[in-house]
Design a protein around this ligand. Structure first.
Ligand SMILES: [Zn+2]
Length: 265
């Protein structure tokens, strides 16, 4: 065949192969989408409200613990107990340092300003947090959520340095992915769920289902504490997910990460 037709032919072949790879991505039991329920910062309302709701509907969540939090320190046995129930304990650093130089960051204290810390300090902190969490849950594989979505410690990219320590990383806030091909499991985006209603949360799950992708909810307070959603909104979402298990795969981010990695390899 003439060269131009040949190159068109190979181009078509290549592009159809790319589509085929996307089309063959499947979730367990042919569900439409994966749903990760994450709870950041180690808050009282998570142990007091969110865990009971998850257990009521037999759904598993991922708890990204800030280990310097008094709520971690004083309720350690309860965090250990939820890991035994099948929930995930994730790394969210020890001190939750964020960049004080960014807009609206007057709440960042000078001693915990990520701009004033070093890459070495943060890498060490993240490794120590992994060891402490392992003492609680005895898990080898761990996931991470980047505090404040800030990756620069003293101007250097600490997220890049700690990436090999984790099987999945939530690093930024963005819309629901339109295809799984675009998802990098070490740089997953989340939906910040504060103040959303149950109906809004459910609409996001359905949107992920329409794309065959995933929705990663990041909650903070549930019926209390900061950046909260109401207990009612949270229960409405969980009740919907429990009723539609055949459509939506709800699991820990650890298990979702393992599934995506095995598909992409
Ligand atoms: Zn946080």
């Amino acid at each position: 065949m003439p060269l131009s037709v040949f190159s068109l032919f190979t181009t078509l072949l290549l592009s159809s192969a790319a589509y085929a790879a996307d089309d063959t991505f499947t979730w367990p039991n042919n569900t439409l989408a994966a749903v990760s329920l994450s709870y950041d910062d180690a808050l009282h309302s998570q142990l007091d409200n969110a865990v009971a709701a998850l257990n009521k509907y037999d759904l598993k969540g991922s708890f990204y613990l800030t280990l310097a939090s008094p709520v971690f320190q004083t309720r350690k046995q309860e965090w250990q107990a939820i890991a035994e129930q099948g929930h995930e304990l994730g790394n969210h650093t020890i001190n939750h340092a964020c960049r004080g130089s960014l807009p609206n960051r007057s709440w960042v204290t000078p001693e915990n300003d990520l701009d004033k810390k070093t890459l070495a300090e943060l890498v060490s902190e993240v490794k120590t947090a992994n060891s402490i969490l392992k003492q609680l849950d005895n898990q080898e594989l761990r996931t991470f959520t980047l505090p404040c979505t800030d990756n620069l410690a003293g101007g250097e990219d600490y997220l890049k340095e700690v990436t090999p320590l984790f099987i999945g990383i939530k690093s930024n806030v963005a819309d629901i992915p339109k295809s799984m091909q675009s998802v990098n499991i070490k740089r997953v985006s989340v939906i910040s769920a504060e103040n959303l209603t149950g109906e809004q949360l459910i609409a996001l799950v359905k949107e992920a289902g329409s794309h065959g992708t995933m929705v990663n909810f990041t909650f903070h307070g549930v019926g209390g504490d900061h950046l909260a959603i109401s207990s009612k909104a949270h229960l409405t979402l969980l009740s919907f997910l429990a009723k539609h298990r055949n459509h939506y795969w709800v699991d820990t981010f650890r298990n979702i990460s393992l599934h995506i990695t095995s598909h992409q390899e």
